[in-house]
Design a protein around this ligand. Structure first.
Ligand code: NDP
Length: 672
């Protein structure tokens, strides 16, 4: 393979470093695969370009336009994935490892694209929670909103997942409308650069939205401001160094950190040998040791079992690990490839040497090279400590490779304390079939771990596994894990936005956020709202219906027709005895049905289907002889695709005293 010359991407152009190129070696052969360097880059100009060109362009787009852009980026990566798999082998990763990185990365973009279109408005302001009433008369209210930060996201990524690590940060950032400067880790930068290049060549990004640094970040951090975010994944030492940068401290620059994590996995006290949970535990510990050669921030480093089962666990793990074939990741039948570099190999060997002063190696030899040549290959190493409280290193030293330590616990409290001794982790897993054990663990340990997977015989088959961060769940953990949080669906988008509490009149705030709020104007018009397409529906546009009196016959007819003969509708005495009612009342579902009868316009038209109700509350009973009427207002609209979109209607059902009997959001699918 010819040596690749990795280029920076600054100010919408590829940039070759002026000098000081570093060489990157293949993890498999030790040969130089690429040169990299960033000397000569004008880092301040890159930040300015992102702020002055990329940010405004992204912020001019709606959430939905940005979400479609993410889908296009993901499709571009998928269309050229084989180019990435080819480079992936050089990082020491197998095809399965590469699948997590490459297709998992694209999948994360797809997920954010889909969530963005379903859960975010088709606008540029994101309301957060419900309106808060701040005055008796309702003329002064509060509403939290998010708006895009006006700076740059600086992403400093780890070497282990060069594609996924870049895309899991870019998805939420771009959806938030914030431009990014990406700095991949050097060891695997050639794979990150290739994926980055695919996105640039797809042509779907506005100018200034993405830039790339291939090497040192120079004086970049010196020019950060309060509108910028640094999202860092890597070692605790680097995180601390960056986080204490004077500009970051002075300007309160947001700093998201994903760092070391000594993740624990626990075999429940109920899950001895012979149970399905025991077998699942063995499988998962071995898998976490070997996937990506254990170079995962979420991998299981500490595996805990009841003292009486530790020998059985050791035997089962040794047997399983003995079958792991280490070798060239391209070769058929190879389970585990190489570490990312010779440096990484040296650092893992060093960590194992330190661990082995406190624990004994029971499987594998850290100094034996399972593959001849200059590759960074290593056998999986299992250590055992019988005195976990007397062996601080097993809870403090993170061997970032195929290494785990097994240890006993005395009882559940001891297991919880040992799990928490990791001082904060990204992921914990518990193998138990006993909900009482699981609940005790969650209460005792939840505050120390970012994600907890409770696995048993019923969920194992479909489980995504201990080590997989998912776009819809938060990734991050307290303490040693960095105290950061990424992804978690739309939560991750808000990390790149500012939350502001807006106060004002409902009409004013409604116009600002593009969503009708209670108390805002309800303009009426000639046309029935069901006759209007989404593009013609103004927020707040309201239909006030005629009225209908509900009789006892209606209630009885409905009861017999539907089979709902609940006593509150059918038995005057029993209904009266109920503390809520003064006598027989109309069914809630009858009220909803009559409401629809009042507001529906029946002829075919822009409304395609009713697809749900949300936030339904019955607030006042409706008695026989009462009269009801409905107000139906457009609360918000959003397109889903070219054929349809969602209209959210605020519906209020009133009685003859103008009391609200029921309120809800009605959702319909409409033509655009
Ligand atoms: P480093 O902290 O050395 O590197 C992480 C990133 O920071 C790389 O992109 C690196 O670039 C960059 N970097 C290093 N120094 C600076 C600096 N002074 N200014 C700006 N950027 C800098 O970590 P490792 O590469 O050693 O990664 C391994 C460790 O990361 C593991 O031991 C593990 O603990 C942790 N990790 C955590 C993960 C998580 O999600 N929590 C995931 C993966 C790893 P360069 O490569 O060019 O030096």
């Amino acid at each position: 393979m010819k040596t690749l010359e990795l280029l920076n991407y600054a100010l919408d152009d590829w940039y070759r470093a002026s000098a000081g190129l570093a060489e990157i070696q293949s993890a498999v052969t030790g040969e130089t695969v690429a040169t990299t360097g960033s000397r000569g880059l004008d880092f301040k100009a890159m930040l300015d370009h992102a702020r002055n060109v990329g940010g405004p362009a992204l912020r001019a787009m709606t959430f939905h336009q940005r979400a479609w852009m993410l889908k296009d980026l993901a499709n571009a990566v998928m269309a050229r994935k084989e180019e990435l798999y080819e480079l992936n082998y050089q990082t020491g990763a197998t095809r399965t490892d590469g699948w997590i990185d490459i297709e998992g990365g694209a999948g994360t973009l797809f997920s954010f694209s889909s969530k963005g279109r379903r859960e975010l408005p088709d606008g540029r302001i994101l309301p957060d929670g419900d309106m808060e009433m701040l005055s008796k008369g309702g003329s002064f209210v509060g509403q939290h909103v998010y708006t895009s930060l006006q700076g740059v996201a600086v992403h400093i990524n780890a070497f282990n997942f060069p594609v996924w690590g870049m895309l899991e940060k870019l998805g939420p950032t771009l959806l938030a409308g914030v431009p990014a400067i990406v700095k991949p880790a050097s060891a695997t930068a050639y794979l990150a650069e290739a994926a980055f290049r695919i996105m640039i060549e797809s042509g779907v990004l506005p100018k200034g939205a993405l830039q790339l640094i291939m090497g040192s970040t120079g004086d970049l951090l010196d020019h950060l401001t309060l509108q910028d975010v640094v999202s860092f994944t890597g070692s605790a030492a680097t995180a601390m160094k960056l986080q204490s940068h004077p500009v970051i401290a002075r300007e309160s620059v947001r700093f998201i950190a994903e760092r070391d994590s000594l993740n624990a996995s626990i075999l429940g006290p109920d899950a001895g040998p012979g149970t399905p949970e025991f077998d699942l535990f063995v499988k998962e510990v071995a898998r976490e040791m070997t996937v990506k050669a254990g170079q995962k921030c979420t991998a299981i480093r500490r595996a805990m079992a009841p003292a009486e089962h530790l020998d059985a666990l050791e035997d089962a793990l040794r047997q399983r690990l003995a079958k792991v074939k280490v070798g060239d990741p391209r070769e058929e039948g190879v389970h585990m490839g190489a570490l990312a570099s010779r440096d990484q190999l040296a650092s893992v060997r060093e960590a194992v040497a330190e661990l082995s002063r406190h624990a004994r190696i029971v499987a594998g030899d850290p100094d034996r090279s399972p593959v001849a040549g200059n590759g960074a290959f290593m056998e999986p190493i299992l250590l055992r400590s019988d005195d976990p409280w007397g062996a601080p290193a097993i809870h403090d030293v993170e061997p970032f490779g195929p290494v785990s330590t097994i240890m006993p616990y005395k009882d559940l409290d001891d297991a919880i304390a040992l799990a928490n001794r990791g001082m904060g982790s990204l992921a914990l897993s518990l193998f138990t079939f006993d909900p009482a054990v699981a609940q005790k663990f969650v209460l005792g340990s939840g505050a120390y771990h970012g994600r907890m997977m409770i696995l048993d015989r019923t969920s194992a088959k479909e489980s995504t596994g201990h080590g997989s961060p998912l776009p819809v769940l938060v990734h991050g953990g307290p303490g040693r894990a960095g105290g950061g949080e990424e992804m978690g669906g739309i939560r991750g988008v808000t990390h790149y936005m500012q939350r502001t509490a807006l106060q004002g009149a409902p009409e004013m705030l409604s116009k600002v956020i593009g969503q009708w709020l209670p108390g805002a104007a309800k303009p009426e018009g000639e046309a029935h709202p069901f006759r209007k397409r989404i593009a013609e529906l103004e927020v707040g546009y309201t239909l006030k219906t005629g009225s209908r009196t509900v009789s006892l016959e209606d209630i009885e007819h409905f009861a017999h027709f539907t089979g709902d003969t609940f006593y509150a509708h059918m038995d005057e005495e029993a209904a009266k005895a109920n503390p809520i009612f003064d006598g027989r009342v109309a069914h809630g579902y009858l009220i909803l049905s009559f409401a629809a009868g009042l507001f529906v316009d029946p002829a075919p038209g822009p409304v395609l289907a009713n697809y749900g109700l949300e936030n339904l509350r019955f607030l006042e009973p409706l008695y026989p002889g009462d009269t009801m009427r409905v107000e139906l207002s457009v609360k918000s609209t959003k397109l889903r695709n070219e054929e349809m979109g969602e209209v959210r209607w605020a519906v209020f059902v009133y009685n003859q005293k103008d009391q609200v009997v029921a309120s809800y959001d009605l959702l319909t699918m409409n033509q655009p």
